[in-house]
Design a protein around this ligand. Structure first.
Ligand code: UT7
Length: 329
């Protein structure tokens, strides 16, 4: 199929809530240690949103930054996609709340749920919409407040998650696309290994679902870890193949920041040095769909990436879902 338009990445932005939860703070909440968390995950601290700061608030702050970096006004946007699994409410979508905060009316907006793979899934949707000429300027957001869906008595999970948001502005262009390729995959047979079981139609909210902590993320960490590494390696290779690029062409790999040991295992299997792998999980924890976009924004802001560099985003999350994208910044 011939594409009508290419996709230009105009700019990125990110926002992290002010409050920081350190490993030392976690030691006061559950039976754990800084040593265990650091050696098993690489994490040191994560940000927590305030009680009165919903997912759309941090999405708004990241979006304003991305719009400024792109020199685009809110009224120029003709579609908003928010990747999130921690929405303001089940309905309406977080994208609707974000739209109103941005002062925009009458454009389509929606949330996309693909867990930690959400941003790369959203990138694929935005790419397709722009290429066929349906929308011209798209605001893409990954925004999560996982700490509000965390069981603070479960040391297996509460040490992992944090809050944060990232955004990107994309525009149709007549040049070669900045999104060279996207590869996506999923296998719902693994749903039970990582889920948030309460509050949906399977387990509508009751006193029991609250007492049983079913409104918090549950994970069989070891099994998720084992599946994540080969799927991320496979996805990274597939997206490179689709883009007709080699590992050497990629300046920086930005994998989903779930665990330092996962990042190291993926790098080892791909035979790339950790110097080419972006890591910020020590400061952020796992922020699901917001990980790759906030990491990309940081890599651009700190000069680790310069205009024209090729980057590969590689993700894996609940579902299971996975994917990768080769992009030019
Ligand atoms: O975002 C989507 C993708 N997510 C992921 O990819 C996460 C994948 N999983 C992981 O990152 C890791 O499996 C964890 C970090 C969650 C856990 O690390 P692990 O090396 O797989 O540890 P484990 O679950 O096998 O637990 C080892 C031991 C257990 O004790 P026993 O049974 O050996 O006595 C746990 O009870 O460590 C214990 N443990 C802890 N100890 C201190 C578990 N959590 C903690 C803790 N502090 N926070």
């Amino acid at each position: 199929m011939n594409n009508k338009y290419g996709v230009k990445i105009l700019g990125t932005g990110s926002y992290f809530p002010e409050k920081i939860l350190t490993n030392a703070d976690l030691v006061k909440i559950v039976e754990t240690s800084d040593e265990w968390i650091t050696t098993r995950t690489g994490m040191k601290e994560r940000h927590l949103s305030a009680k009165d700061e919903p997912t759309s608030d941090i999405a708004y702050k990241a979006s304003i930054e991305a719009l400024k970096a792109s020199n685009v006004k809110p009224e120029e946007i003709d579609l908003i996609i928010v990747a999130t699994i921690t929405p303001d409410m089940l309905t309406p979508s977080t994208a609707c709340f974000l739209q109103t905060k941005l002062g925009i009316k009458n454009i389509p907006v929606f949330d996309l749920s693909a867990a930690c793979s959400g941003f790369v899934y959203a990138l694929a949707v935005a790419k397709a919409f722009i290429e066929v000429g349906l929308y011209k300027t798209i605001l893409l957001v990954g925004s999560e407040e996982l700490a509000k869906f965390t069981d603070w008595t479960d040391r297996n999970t509460c040490i992992l998650f944090g809050d944060g948001a990232g955004a990107m502005v994309l525009r149709a262009c007549n040049e070669p696309s900045d999104i060279l390729s996207v590869y996506l995959g999923a296998d719902g047979a693994y749903a039970g290994l990582l889920d948030l079981p309460g509050g949906g139609t399977r387990n509508p909210a009751t006193h029991d679902t609250v007492n049983e902590k079913m409104h918090a993320i549950k994970m069989l960490g070891k099994d998720v870890f084992k599946a994540a590494v080969p799927k991320m390696v496979f996805a990274a290779e597939k997206a490179l193949e689709f883009a007709a690029k080699k590992l050497e062409d990629i300046k920086l790999f930005i994998p989903h920041q779930a665990n330092m040991r996962i990042l190291e295992a993926v790098a080892k299997k791909l035979e790339i040095s950790m110097e080419r792998v972006f890591v910020n999980l020590h400061k952020t924890g796992n922020i699901s769909s917001a990980t790759t976009i906030t990491a990309l924004d940081e890599a651009i802001k700190t000069g680790r990436l310069v205009k024209g560099d090729l980057v590969e985003l590689v993700v894996f999350g609940a579902g299971f879902t996975w994917g990768a994208a080769v992009i030019r910044v």
